[in-house]
Ligand binder design. Sequence first.
Ligand SMILES: Nc1ncnc2c1ncn2[C@@H]1O[C@H](COP(=O)(O)OP(=O)(O)OP(=O)(O)O)[C@@H](O)[C@H]1O
Ligand SMILES: [Mg+2]
Length: 400
Amino acid sequence: MSGRSLVGIDLGTSTVICAVGEEDGRRIRVLGVGESASAGVRKSVITDPDAAQAAIAKALDTAERAAGHEIDSALLCLGGRHLESRPNQAVVSVVSRSGAVGSSDLNRVLEAARDGGCPEGSEVVHLIPRFYSVDSQQGLRDPRGVEGARLAVDAELVMASTAHLETLVGCAHAAGLRVDDVVAQPLASAEGVLRDSELEGAVAVVDVGGGTTDIAVFRRGTIRRIVVLPVGGQNVTNDLATGLHCDQEEAEVIKRRHGHCDPGQVLVEEMVTVVGIAGVGRDEVPRRWLAEIIEPRAREMARLIGEALEGEGVQKVVLTGGCARLRGFPAAVHQILETPVRVAVPEGFSGLADQVGMPEHAVVAGLLRWGQRSTTVRDRSNPKTTRSQGRLNRWLHELF
Ligand SMILES: Nc1ncnc2c1ncn2[C@@H]1O[C@H](COP(=O)(O)OP(=O)(O)OP(=O)(O)O)[C@@H](O)[C@H]1O
Ligand SMILES: [Mg+2]
């Protein structure tokens, strides 16, 4: 291999995806992707570590075969409702001899911001500085070299349950992997699909997966907050299974092939064959029925997204995750939020780019980018050492 090797693993509620790439100048060449049905994960959180580990091992094996080499370490994403973010400020005295802010002042103020007091059982997984100020000079992206006595930072802390973090890292170790870093799922997804031009406005990246909806809000080039909602495509599948009296598997296939969120868009005469529970009985049902079952759930999910974004002044929604492929869902989000919606897929990869070219690849593509932009990739066997890295706070990781 020529460039640095990059590996990302997205252990989702529905699917485990492992992508292997290598640096190709400023781009990333995709060398291999392995996908397997997920197991032992509910609402993006590991509930059965043995099953999750086996699912990781399967995706890893496929990715290794595709890439033609063994994988011994990877970046992982951490999902679930336990993820939360909150703003924090810190102030320190500038003590550098020159009288201007130096790297050690910067490190001290960031460490002070990190000590924001996590809830019991949680820890900071990312510390993302928004702006610095030195005395009366505010809104600085990089305060180094600015003369003054007082250095302050306005930062966002992303916190996660220590137990969930350790379970994830433990599963990767059990699958024979070292962990380079762990990235909160909403940030990984944003890293995967957000365009630089979109970072300048007020934008929300909304990743609607199988079990959760991950939201990251950005304004003026920096993170505002993250939110995880406990709804996703599996809710739609469950509704269909109940409404059509069929198995989850059958409901999943029907949803993907024939599902629509808007009954008005489906011709009355279109019929769909549904196989009953345990394969017993076959029914012809109007396709419009499916849409009538899906519509209320899709609208409820869109409403929840709208509530989560209330007061954020978001001018655009970048919609991704597998559920973004559900017909009529982007239109429902657009209608309820009254905001432009772009259905986003990862862009700008070379090699087997098409294998990370769908909305459900946002997270794994983001992990590859995160790895590329990280200056130091370390063994993260101790989860307490995570630092925030990646494009979304590129001026932070230059400092370490
Ligand atoms: N073509 C399609 N039409 C409708 N729904 C789809 C389609 N493809 C995938 N989905 C849905 O997308 C969801 C899976 O998305 P994704 O792979 O992003 O989730 P995940 O990452 O495994 O889960 P999570 O992020 O919630 O932990 C499933 O509910 C699946 O039914
Ligand atoms: Mg996901």
